[in-house]
Design a binder for this molecule. Structure first.
Ligand SMILES: Nc1nc(=O)c2c([nH]1)NC[C@@H]1CN(c3ccc(C(=O)N[C@@H](CCC(=O)O)C(=O)O)cc3)C=[N+]21
Length: 291
């Protein structure tokens, strides 16, 4: 079997087109969705990502401001900036690029962001709402994975989904979303004694490990759906996922490439969350007007 390619780039374009149309509609109501992105430190890969986010915002007609700070920024200074943005009515989404330098407590920063502007879906209130299945901002990468599955007609119901990785930003939430769609979910991680025995039982594999080409053809069952959330550099410095793409594609039914799979979806879902936040603000204004 040779797998069908899951084209995240193409699906992300469709989502962005829809976002753009809704942005135009919102603008006729006098509202332009605005995203603030904060980057602390001068990591060049992170700079490229945040600049991409800004560019994408602008291409969809949204506003975006980029706040670049040196790695020496204090926690206090960052909290002050977040407070300012929380109170800025023109800003509908706030994203603080992770990871942060060691002197800054990530949890403190994430919890300081107003939940109604938490377009990353990382605030404990957003995480709690996700856990109990309430309407909330979904974290962008896990949401992107679910949209890809749906787009390709892959229904998780009754399937065995094996999630490899248990981070708060990918592994844990993607498992929850799969559970909500009635999958049987197994979480695997670095302390799982026999990973292969687990992944070989999977109908759907979500690889979020952080090790280049770690998942080989012998890890998977013939016909499995393989979603690669990894972002690594291979021995030649080329971008690659957690999955050995060339080997695994011969056994899988569907597979995401890296690049061009989950990555572009992450950005598209961030745009959608920012739009949603602006739309929610509008409906709140309308509700208060009618009182
Ligand atoms: N608060 C926060 N929110 C994030 O969402 C967040 C973060 N911090 N820190 C870093 C990670 C990483 N991340 C990516 C998003 C898109 C691509 C992406 O578009 N990748 C392209 C390739 C890009 C390239 O060529 O380098 C692709 O896979 O096709 C990658 C990585 C968001 N992150």
């Amino acid at each position: 079997m040779t797998a069908e390619l899951i084209d995240g780039k193409a699906v992300s374009l469709k989502i962005k087109e829809r976002v753009q149309q809704r942005v135009e509609k919102l603008k006729t109501n006098g509202i332009t969705p605005g995203l603030s992105v904060i980057l602390v430190g001068d990591d060049s890969a992170s700079q490229t990502y945040v600049k991409n986010k800004k560019k994408t915002c602008e291409s969809l007609g949204m506003r975006s401001d980029l706040h670049l700070y040196p790695a020496s920024l204090t926690e206090q200074e960052l909290l002050k900036k977040i407070d300012e943005l929380n109170n800025d009515p023109d800003i509908h989404g706030i994203l603080v690029q992770l990871p942060l330098p060691a002197q800054i407590d990530e949890f403190k920063i994430i919890t300081a962001i107003a939940p109604e502007k938490d377009v990353d879906g990382f605030h404990p209130i957003s995480v709690g709402n996700l856990m109990i299945g309430k309407d909330t901002f979904l974290p962008c990468t896990p949401h992107g994975v679910m949209v890809l599955l749906e787009h390709y007609g892959i229904d998780p119901a009754g399937k065995h989904a094996v999630v490899i990785g248990r981070s708060n930003i990918v592994g844990k939430p993607v498992g929850q979303l799969l559970l909500q769609k009635d999958a049987t979910v197994t979480y695997c991680h670095s302390k799982t004694p026999d990973l292969k025995a687990m992944t070989q039982q999977a109908d759907i594999i979500i690889a979020a490990i952080g090790r280049a080409k770690f998942i080989g053809a012998d890890h998977i069952k013939e016909g499995a759906v393989v979603i690669d959330v990894g972002m690594n550099r291979d021995e030649n410095g080329k971008l690659c996922g957690d999955v050995d793409f060339e080997a695994v594609r011969e056994r899988a039914s569907f597979i995401t490439p890296v690049p061009g799979g989950v990555g572009p979806m992450t950005i598209a879902m961030l745009m959608e969350n920012t739009l949603l936040s602006a739309e929610k603000g509008l409906s709140k204004d309308k509700a208060s007007e009618s009182v």
